[in-house]
Design a protein around this ligand. Sequence first.
Ligand SMILES: NC(=O)c1ccc[n+]([C@@H]2O[C@H](COP(=O)([O-])OP(=O)(O)OC[C@H]3O[C@@H](n4cnc5c(N)ncnc54)[C@H](O)[C@@H]3O)[C@@H](O)[C@H]2O)c1
Length: 342
Amino acid sequence: MRDRKAKRIGLAIVGAGRVGLFRGEVAARHPQVDWIGIAEIKPERAKLVAEKVGADFVTSDYRELLKRKEVTAVIISTDEHLHVDPILAAAEQGHSLMIEKPLATDLGDSARVMKAIEATGVDAVVGYTQRFRRRWLAAKEKVQSGQLGDVTLVSSRAFMNRLVAIDNYKRTDHPEKISPMVISGTHALDIVMWMMEAKTPVEIYARSIDKALGPEWKGIDATSGVITFSDGSIYQATISWALPVVWPGAVYSLDVGIVGTEGVLTIDDTHRDIVLATSKAQAEGYNPDTSRRVDFMGAILRETWLWASCADRCGTRPSSGSTASHWVCRHNTPPRRRLTIG
Ligand SMILES: NC(=O)c1ccc[n+]([C@@H]2O[C@H](COP(=O)([O-])OP(=O)(O)OC[C@H]3O[C@@H](n4cnc5c(N)ncnc54)[C@H](O)[C@@H]3O)[C@@H](O)[C@H]2O)c1
């Protein structure tokens, strides 16, 4: 007989910003999570997030949190350039890890973190959220099952306005360690390398430009590069996160083409399917800016976030065929704990 008794999870969240809150709210509704602790260096933010997720323990010191006996798993959701130390501390304690992308913002740090994870043998995943979306899962299945023949060429183009870039450059004292490919392009890179996992990359050539974000933020606007695999197949990746603020795509907006000897697959993930242009200020998105008057209303992004935000609070759970139920959710009701989601 299989043991159906699920293990309990004592979850530590290090960094309770936007993503820490979102992960915490979802985790608080997971039936196995019976304890949540938060480490956040900003006291007001720590208080707000602790209340929203119903945290059992709050501290500004992640080391104190990671040593708590209740902790079995850890989410690292600090700013991108501040992942390394909490990862190393959590791995040392032997905790399972979900690390928000990227692993680190420096090549040497990434190698150091990988070494520690391998040495301690902890279970660690990077939060590559795109892998959970139906379109990328379907594309992966088509590539893997040989529907395209042998893949010879992949291209990915990510375009974003500069709101996320400026947000990142503002949050760091080391802008030279932040780049569009490391912070945002990593999603496209991961998806494509996941599809190409049967092949071995052997060479990379890349160039960057910094005319828009360089002067004020000491940052990079865009990077374009080519990865060559051992069998000669190539992947061309381009990202710009320096488009003007008025460009509708404030979040990840991606076009991917995969060409094989027998077929081709193109994926439009730009969110252009619904475009809003209005004289009213648009204050939605990852980093809202009221000077914007346009928006790509990415259906899947909003659907996922809305569903996760209200899945256990709605009388009727939202589904793709039930638009009305999306709007009957009351987002301000506190999350319930130890719920069986059925
Ligand atoms: N999975 C996705 O699709 C996705 C989407 C957006 C962002 N992210 C990633 O999530 C991570 C967090 O992004 P965010 O937008 O939530 O950033 P954020 O700035 O909103 O939150 C980061 C929080 O970490 C806190 N912090 C920093 N150092 C700390 C420390 N040593 N101990 C405790 N708290 C600390 C900060 O005070 C801040 O509140 C980043 O790595 C980002 O790239 C992932």
